[in-house]
Design a protein around this ligand. Structure first.
Ligand SMILES: [Zn+2]
Length: 185
């Protein structure tokens, strides 16, 4: 998601959409913990130029895939986030004295090189910060509980291959049979 300085002029609408593969690519540098989904990612907003300071104001809307740390299933979460950024040319930091540089840090100013603004790192950071280090399904999620139960059940049957006595399911069938027999007599 790039903007050329010369295209901004009096201000320019931002309209980007990334599909699943492009979102995958966006997060590849973070080890692929977050992934794209069919819904993709949209960025809409406006970019303006004040001297050589670029001001971006917009909104991100995306559905992001992640693996739940509890149930280990691939889940997704919808995120709606504001994207507001102030970017200054990196060369301008040479002219700033240290006090001003601190102010720039407080204001959460980013820097750009050359004639092109690359929005990918900003978008990546904003979404990445929205997710905890160990993302999980929402607390009390039924899907998560069920998946967890299924894992436990699979582990249990793996451990106890020899079952003592008749399978409880057969016992239940036997009870039904008994009932039917008593009823018909
Ligand atoms: Zn889960």
């Amino acid at each position: 998601m790039k903007i050329h300085l010369k295209d901004i002029g009096e201000g320019k609408d931002l309209r980007f959409h990334l599909d699943r593969e492009q979102v995958d690519e966006l997060f590849a540098v973070t080890g692929g913990e977050l992934t794209g989904t069919d819904a993709g990612l949209s960025l809409n907003g406006r970019v303006q130029l004040l001297d050589d300071t670029v001001i971006v104001s917009g909104a991100l809307s995306a559905e992001i895939g992640f693996v739940c740390v509890r149930c280990a299933e691939l889940r997704s979460r919808r995120v709606e986030l504001p994207l507001d950024a102030v970017l200054m040319p990196r060369s301008s930091t040479d002219e700033l004295d240290s006090d001003l540089e601190l102010t720039a840090e407080d204001m959460d100013v980013s820097f750009y090189d050359g004639e092109e603004i690359e929005l990918d790192p900003l978008v990546r950071e904003i979404i990445f910060l929205e997710f905890p280090a160990f993302p999980a399904c929402e607390a009390g999620s039924e899907e998560c509980e069920q998946a967890l139960e299924a894992i436990k059940a699979a582990l249990d049957t793996g451990e106890d291959e020899v079952v003592d006595g008749p399978d409880p399911r057969w016992a239940a069938l036997g009870a039904i049979r008994e009932k039917l027999r008593n009823g018909s007599s």
